[in-house]
Design a protein around this ligand. Structure first.
Ligand SMILES: O=C(O)c1cc(=O)[nH]c(=O)n1[C@@H]1O[C@H](COP(=O)(O)O)[C@@H](O)[C@H]1O
Length: 288
């Protein structure tokens, strides 16, 4: 499939081929230590490249967590650039987890950094935060859609603190998260009308959020875009939670886990076995 095919189409094909799992590359200091690596840029580089080597071409997507690269300064960013380039070579989809959100004029800068052909930090998709207003993300969303890339906008996050903001309702009783969902649905409408299996504007909906979507009157299936579901594994969600949270929207779910798989490393077969077990559980839970 061409690299410029829409992100949603490319992701749907990767999920059909490898199962509905994204593995996060989160080089926590404790994981570097566990893998027998130093908490420095050499350790960081080895950690990411070994994970890519073990899982590249075997999971639907890999999600490097920018924070753990940024904590090593510019040398850490260079390692992230190398990892993204190596993933591009293997054809493995990358979701760069940066959770950016700023005024529109500044979003242009982030769009250029992460969503432009030829940028050293270009990924297939990025995570975005809509709390300066979904409309402020416009420049990044336009850049993504114009270059066959995608975005995942935070809607219902996996952390317990998210509810205070995301469940808040406006005077008409419409929850903040529901407004994010409405925006994503509208942005995906042209791709849905064109018959794409998934739109390129995804949402983040934690696998830990329980009945929140239903209680807030949100129809997740109506988004017609991918639903990145972190919280699987270390944050406590498993197959039962995936089935409960995403009932009716199963085909859109990209379950996401980081530490639960990474802790099986650094041995490549052990990493593969861990990822494949979580992918199988997710597939069964979602009835796919
Ligand atoms: O955007 C994300 O991926 C994300 C959103 C969210 O609501 N919750 C969440 O945990 N994440 C990210 O997903 C990863 C979860 O890692 P584990 O808890 O180790 O599986 C981290 O990189 C988080 O920053």
């Amino acid at each position: 499939m061409s690299a410029t095919a829409p992100f949603g189409r490319r992701l749907a094909a990767a999920m059909a081929a490898h199962g509905p799992l994204c593995v996060g590359i989160d080089p926590h200091p404790a994981l570097l230590h566990r893998w027998g690596l130093a908490d420095d840029v050499t350790g960081l580089r080895t950690f990411g490249l070994r994970t890519l080597d073990a899982l590249g071409g075997r999971v639907a997507a890999l999600k490097p967590q920018s924070a753990f690269y940024e904590r090593h300064g510019s040398a850490g960013i260079a390692v992230l650039e190398e990892l993204l380039a190596a993933a591009r070579e293997t054809g493995t989809l990358t979701v760069l987890d940066v959770k950016r959100g700023d005024v529109g004029s500044t979003m242009l800068g982030y769009a250029d950094a992460y969503l432009r052909d030829g940028s050293p930090l270009a990924a297939d998709a990025v995570t975005l935060s809509p709390y300066l207003g979904l409309g402020s993300l416009g420049p990044a969303i336009e850049a993504a859609l114009g270059s066959g890339r995608g975005v995942f906008v935070l809607a219902l996050t996996s952390n317990p603190e998210g509810a205070g903001v995301q469940h808040a309702r406006d005077a008409a009783g419409h929850a903040v998260a529901a407004q994010v969902v409405d925006g994503a649905r509208a942005l995906n409408a042209p791709q849905a009308a064109a018959g794409e299996p998934l739109g390129s504007v995804g949402l983040v909906v934690g696998a830990t959020v329980g009945a929140a979507a239903r209680e807030l009157g949100i129809d997740l299936a109506s988004v017609r875009g991918p639903l990145l579901a972190p919280g699987v594994g270390a944050q406590g969600a498993g197959p039962r939670e995936l089935a409960e949270v995403f009932a009716g929207a199963e085909r859109s779910v990209l379950a996401s886990t980081s530490r639960a798989v990474l802790a099986a490393g650094p041995d490549a077969p052990a990493l593969r076995a861990a990822a494949s077990a979580v992918a199988d559980e997710a597939r069964v839970a979602l009835g796919l």
